[in-house]
Design a protein around this ligand. Structure first.
Ligand code: ADP
Length: 416
């Protein structure tokens, strides 16, 4: 070992022992950058022979690209020496004797010997640690890549799943729609069939009386004609007319119902002159009234033109006024009250007839329903059902109040 004279004081036995046995490499360097002494571990790290490092310039242990910078650094340290770690925050590398570069960690300290600064560099070869760190970093990076790939995969699988669910949902809803449509058309077909069956049974029952009236009145007219009995002839002509009217109204009800069932009724709104419209209904209905029955019309507010479907409105009024007459005795009054209120045409048909028993009232708008007191008054139980459906088509409402044996009031409101 070539130890320079000035450090002879520090190289006492104790120091030598520590120096030799340190697990870190130690290199002591003078102010000129010459290596004064290096411990065996340092020689091992840099792969130099025993004592071979002493006397070398410190820069020889550095990769060439750092050497110039390092000379300045060394000068700076000598000017303001203080113990510290070297290269904090960046990777340091050193050079082995065979020129191989390897990563190191270096701490610096110093001592003064005879007024001269002696710098001590504590060096660890961190190749193994670096390798482990790099491997860790690589596996971390790989982990991040895996995680990203996994996330992408999960995302694409989720999207595919959503798509499948959506397709399944669409399929289910389409199937449901088709089933619903099939059910509806089956239901419609069933109802139409039921209607046809009902028509046959009603026709065979309800047509019999008016048809036999027509037949007997026709043959009586024949006889009265031969005898020149004018008054009786007129009476029977009237009977024939009313029987035919009755037959026509039954047929009309079935036709309306058929159209309503098929949903083929169009609404054609136009301006209707109400007083004129009501007068035409009165003219048509008065001949069908029972003897002594009166038809009164009251306008509770001035009404002229309203915007509605005249055919539908006519059918509604016709049905309700006919019922009022049908279910009232002779000489009774049928009152029609009309008013216009908040863009609605409101009318009430008030009769003094047989009324509707309380227990029957909830069924009034059901198809084919006839109240228990309808007795042998001719009817099919279709009129009110049709009226209600027409009013629904117009977006209106119908209600009634009735007292058994005293009379009924039907109230209709339609938007205009
Ligand atoms: P229809 O008169 O052909 O039987 P509707 O559907 O017009 O059929 O009426 C259903 C039932 O409601 C009638 O059978 C009758 O019992 C009862 N009804 C309808 N209007 C009146 C009324 N103004 N007064 C008493 N009962 C009525």
């Amino acid at each position: 070992m070539s130890i320079h004279a000035p450090i002879s004081q520090v190289t006492n036995d104790a120091f030598r022992e520590i120096f030799q046995s340190m697990s870190e490499g130690i290199v002591m360097v003078d102010e000129m950058g010459k290596i004064v002494i290096a411990n065996p571990i340092a020689e091992q790290i840099f792969e130099y022979e025993r004592n071979e490092l002493s006397g070398l310039s410190l820069e020889e242990l550095l990769p060439e690209r750092y050497r110039g910078r390092h000379i300045n650094f060394r000068k700076g340290f000598n000017a303001h020496p203080e113990p510290r770690r070297m290269g904090f925050g960046r990777d340091l590398t050193a050079l082995k004797k065979n020129g191989q570069e390897f990563p190191v960690e270096i701490s610096l300290s110093y001592t003064q010997v005879q007024g001269k600064i002696l710098v001590m560099a504590f060096i660890s070869d961190i190749s193994q640690r670096k390798k482990a760190e790099d491997a860790l970093k690589r596996s971390e990076e790989q982990l991040i890549v895996y995680a990203a790939e996994l996330e992408k995969k999960v995302q694409s699988r989720t999207e595919a799943l959503h798509k499948t669910i959506q397709e399944l949902e669409n399929e289910v809803s389409e199937r449901k729609k088709a089933e619903e449509e099939a059910r509806k058309s089956l239901e419609k077909e069933r109802e139409l069939n039921e209607l046809k069956t009902k028509f046959v049974s009603i026709a065979s029952h309800e047509f019999r009386t008016p048809l036999s009236t027509v037949l007997s009145s026709a043959s009586l007219i024949n006889q009265y004609n031969a005898r020149g009995e004018r008054e009786k002839i007129d009476k029977h002509i009237q009977r024939i007319k009313s029987s035919v009217n009755h037959l026509t109204s039954i047929l009309n009800d079935f036709l309306s119902l058929g159209k309503l069932e098929e949903g083929v009724i169009d609404i054609n709104k136009a301006l209707i002159d109400i007083p004129q419209f009501i007068e035409s209904i009165r003219e048509e209905l008065i001949p069908t009234f029972k003897p002594g029955q009166k038809f009164e019309v009251q306008y509770e507010s001035p009404i002229n033109d309203i915007n509605s479907d005249v055919r539908i409105l006519r059918n509604i009024l016709f049905n309700l006024v006919s019922n009022a007459s049908k279910y009232s005795d002779q000489d009774k009054t049928i009152l029609l009250k009309c008013r216009s209120e908040n863009r609605n045409f409101i009318f009430e048909i008030i009769d003094e007839g047989i009324g509707i028993p309380l227990q029957d009232q909830k069924h009034m708008f059901e198809r084919f329903f006839r109240a228990s007191n309808a007795g042998n008054v001719q009817g099919t139980g279709l009129g009110l059902n049709i009226v209600k459906r027409y009013i629904d088509l117009l977006g209106g409402i119908i209600s009634f109040s009735s007292e058994y044996g005293k009379g009924s009031t039907f109230t209709v409101s339609v938007p205009v």
